[in-house]
Design a protein around this ligand. Sequence first.
Ligand code: NAD
Length: 412
Amino acid sequence: MSSFLENALSPMRFAVALLKLPEKTIQKLAQPEHVRERDLEIEMGSGETKIFPAWRVQWSSVLGPYKGGIRFAQDANLDEVSALAALMTWKNSLLSLPLGGGKGAVRVDVREHSKGELERVARAYARAFFDELGPEKDIPAPDVHTNAEIIGYMSDEYNKIAGKSVPGAFTGKPLAMGGSKGREVSTSYGGFVVLKQYLAQVPKKGATVAIQGFGNVGSHLAQFLVDAGFAVVAVSDSQCALYKKEGLPIQQIQILQEGGAGKKLRLKEIAQKLTLETISNEALLELPVDVLVPAAHEGVIHGGNADRIKATLMLEMANGPVTKEADVILRDREVEVLPDILANGGGVMGSYFEMLQNKEGESWSEDAVLKKLKDQMIVAFNELTNTKLRFKVSYREAAYIRALERIAQELS
Ligand code: NAD
């Protein structure tokens, strides 16, 4: 199986060749500008000290300061962070944002640590990378297993070292620290808008949807879809998937996951409480639904299962969920894929709106944020569709062509 980084670079090479861009463009974009690797030394609740490897990969600043999330994950590694930083570069270009691409991670299993320990990891990250971060240099945001609370600790630590409040150094902050209304749902809302735009061309009433991953992105998307009349028939976390042919009670599931029954429940426990059928994550991917939404992890659709996907449309909300090999198989089988760098671009768009508000000292309403987001995502989708038709290529290839055209223009 190709590496995640190779998957993130291969369409870039395709676009560079198709556009006949100079060799120096590939040389400039095929490797990161900086790889920062640090060990975070953290005092555990027990008094012992543990080391957590941490990274910040700064892929490209051709279009502006580096921008991209920080994830906490037990299997985080340099290949993954590099691939995610490259994807951020293409995504920000595709969305016409004045931002480059970066990404960060800490190798930490969040389930094994207390809140206090995770706070210390977050603060240590801000200290370790302080010199390389900042509104004009590199602006992190939340990603897998990080949220407004974690970003809040990082931002607070950054401010302490800077000796002043620097709200523009992080996005996805808590509202009280200069966060933006609507940022938490912006990734999901952007994906929802893209899906609706696509389905307006190919109408499908009461379409059925399966969503792998019921975290920040998957759960908010599920709610937007249900509110719009879609039947969300399956959702999953890392343990199992819930399935109901007629559509799941998404709001009830969300409330229970968030602690509505006294403590936060995993989907397995929710299945028992609501007597819902459970299936495996693999089975979820192969359900006969109209729309499949990978919203959990990279590389989940690969050469070994792509020919068993029954959905005819895929909305890539996770970063890099489809490998290079699977992409070819899906295309041969005429499964339309709305690619990650467009589908989950609402997240960085929401972050950009937060940066603008911080810069101007403004606070926009959630309605205003979502309205702007919707307008921008529709523009991006329409431009992408035009490129797809012009070059007679897939949505993914068209997305890379558009992204590369803009970067090449800046480089020329
Ligand atoms: P999250 O941590 O909030 O949720 C992840 C979900 O996926 C959880 O339900 C988890 O149980 C599940 N999961 C984890 N590993 C899994 C596996 N192997 N199989 C099935 N389920 C698994 O993360 P998130 O913020 O919702 O991010 C999900 C994806 O979306 C990631 O690929 C992330 O990079 C991407 N993304 C997130 C944002 C954002 O704003 N949070 C923006 C753009 C892209």
